[in-house]
Design a protein around this ligand. Sequence first.
Ligand SMILES: [Zn+2]
Length: 324
Amino acid sequence: MNWIRFFRLLLTGATLFPLVLLAWKLDPYGEFAFRQMGSSNVWIMHGPAMEPNRQNKGFMNNPAFIEGKRGLIVIDPGGNAFVGAKVLEEIEKVSKKPIAAILNTHKHGDHWFANIALAQKYPNAPIYAHPNMIREVKAGEAEKWYGILERLTGNLQGTRPFRYPAHELRDGQVLEIDGERFRIFHPKRAHTDTDLLILHENSDTLFLGDNVMKNRLGGFDASSSILGNIELLEGIMKGKEHRLYVPGHGPSGAREETVGPFLRYLKLLADEAKKAYEADEEYYSVKKEAIAKMKEFQNWDAFDHQMGKHLGKVYQEIEERDMQ
Ligand SMILES: [Zn+2]
């Protein structure tokens, strides 16, 4: 036995082994762990960009945390108690600091149902959201999402009673926690009427919530506005450029690569719907033509069953605006 080789092997084994143990293994999607965004104090665990299902166990959003001096501020911990427990486990592999606060970007359960897992260990950590979200989740939105996610994932055990946000954040507000500054934006109606966009000023990171998705499409519910979403994203593209953009689903990155594709998708929808409306045709008369222009998005998750609905929805919005 060559002793130098033996020790080298031992060392390699010792350094590799904990790394293998480090990540959360979620078959067949691979391993998930919080990654530091550059040299900033922002950490994100990007979930698989797809609809909630039994295999992903309802994990498909982008839980994030900001490491302050004394504690952690978590944004959108995920879609059920199980995911929340995994998220907490993964957070603790990176930092042992306590959770100081939780921020929820909007009312959809795939982003905030995991509050409960974090609150079990940190019952005094305040949970923040827009007042519309707090009102709507209590008025039935939480139960509606519980039904949707339970049907898709069968993995909602322990998620009720819901851990609702109790602290309000409004448009223009600046929240300061542990030296970390968060500037809050609320578009009246975009992905929903409950959205918060959160700019973490220390790292110049913009959390977009579901106003941007990449590699997957999701629903636009009755409270949403596709035209409002387009206006919001056009404003973001024209405004000051930030260091990092974090979508609700899909990879984070620079502005153009992150916001650009979803904005192009929404604008294509609106342009085609407008064409149909002005020609006095129904929206589905332009569906084929629209799809042909959407090569870039055709392999996004849920494209096949969401795109037609989105086209119909934006057509209806164009009609409503015209009637006003
Ligand atoms: Zn959403």
